[in-house]
Write a protein that binds this ligand. Structure first.
Ligand code: 2P0
Length: 335
């Protein structure tokens, strides 16, 4: 069956996304259902390319990243994801999964978002699952929550869904934005490209379970989302930036109040945040957002991005600085 349609092999490419309204906290650890809606911009840099090839006689999946075999928890997550796809496809075939990442893995630069979006698309095609974009987004979510958003380009909202709808109700979809009018860029300051000390999965769990600030943030994030949608509709970059910055700082406040605290923000992070404040005092609209790591993403106008990058570079000598614009959704490549 499968080989006739796809040859049992498919390659997909996907880009990371950065949330302007954050996903932080699950209500279902098995299905990766989030507590709140989130909204992101997909980037035009750091793509992940994944090839999935079915091998009829193999007993185990073979999973590699950058040519090296994946092991431990990272491998387990990929195999569990393939098991889900196999269950849906009614197949017991093992696969060879080869991934090339252009972004540091596990450093809060959304490598799991691009990674599972590319894997979802390639695996669905290789196993012959007929999936529309909504179904692919739902499927990618099962690998990593934020991957649901990387199925789509530009701006996407990931709906938390309801307990009644379960798996079916939680997927991302595009948010219509006049990208030309908004003219956004994200200046990414990589102050530390090493892997994080606490996984975002563990950090979310600890925050939801122990932080007295979690519920208030989750409640205020609803308002942030409504305000964000309105600001995006108006293509009002300053409002978009202000809302994104407050939502991110609030998310980090929830973690700082967890027991024990989860602190991803480091001294260089704060130095970059100071430089962002100085840019604003100097009349340049620039706003910061941070994820599960010390790196800072600065939202600004494309026209200001070089200037912002220069200031940020001066703030963290030795740190790499990248400029990203809105990027494409996940797609299959011709093999
Ligand atoms: C986000 N982050 O919205 C948030 C903000 C980090 C901070 O999604 O457990 O790798 O695989 O669903 O998606 C990072 O967490 O977590 C993340 P899982 P994921 O982008």
């Amino acid at each position: 069956g499968v080989e006739h349609r796809t040859g049992g092999s498919a390659t997909a490419v996907a880009h990371p996304n950065i949330a302007l309204i954050k996903y932080w906290g699950k209500r279902d650890e098995q299905l990766l259902l989030p507590r709140t809606d989130s909204l992101s911009m997909t980037l035009d840099i750091f793509p992940t390319t994944t090839r999935v090839r079915l091998v009829p006689e193999a007993e185990h999946d073979e999973v590699s990243l950058g040519g090296a075999p994946l092991e431990g928890e990272a491998r387990r997550r990929v195999v569990a994801f393939l098991d889900l796809v196999r269950e849906r496809a009614g197949s017991d075939r093992r696969a060879v999964v080869e991934t090339e990442n252009t972004v540091p893995t596990g450093a809060g630069l959304a490598s799991s978002a691009s990674g599972f979006a590319a894997l979802a698309m390639a695996a669905a095609a290789a196993y012959g699952l007929d999936q529309d974009a909504t179904a692919l987004s739902r499927l990618a979510r099962r690998g990593s929550g934020s991957a649901s958003r990387s199925i789509f380009g530009d701006f996407a909202i990931w709906h938390a869904g309801t307990d009644e709808d379960g798996d079916l109700g939680s997927y991302a979809e595009p948010v219509p934005v006049d990208v030309g009018e908004l003219d956004p860029a994200l200046v990414i300051a990589v102050v530390n490209a090493g892997p994080k000390a606490v996984s975002s999965r563990e950090a979310m769990r600890r925050t939801v379970d122990t932080s007295p600030l979690y519920e208030p943030w989750a409640v205020s994030s609803k308002d942030d989302l409504a305000d964000m949608r309105e600001a995006l509709r108006r293509a009002d970059l300053e409002a978009v930036g202000e809302i994104a910055e407050r939502n991110a700082l609030g998310m980090h406040a929830t973690m700082l109040a967890a027991r024990p605290a989860v602190r991803y923000l480091s001294a260089p992070t704060l130095t970059v945040l100071d430089s962002v404040l100085q840019l604003r005092r100097d009349g340049v609209p620039a706003y910061a957002t941070m994820d599960a790591g010390p790196n800072v993403k600065v939202l600004c106008r494309r026209a200001d991005a070089e200037r912002v990058a220069g200031v940020v570079r001066g703030a963290v000598p030795g740190g790499a600085v990248h400029i990203a614009g809105p990027g494409p959704g996940a797609r299959l490549l011709d093999e």
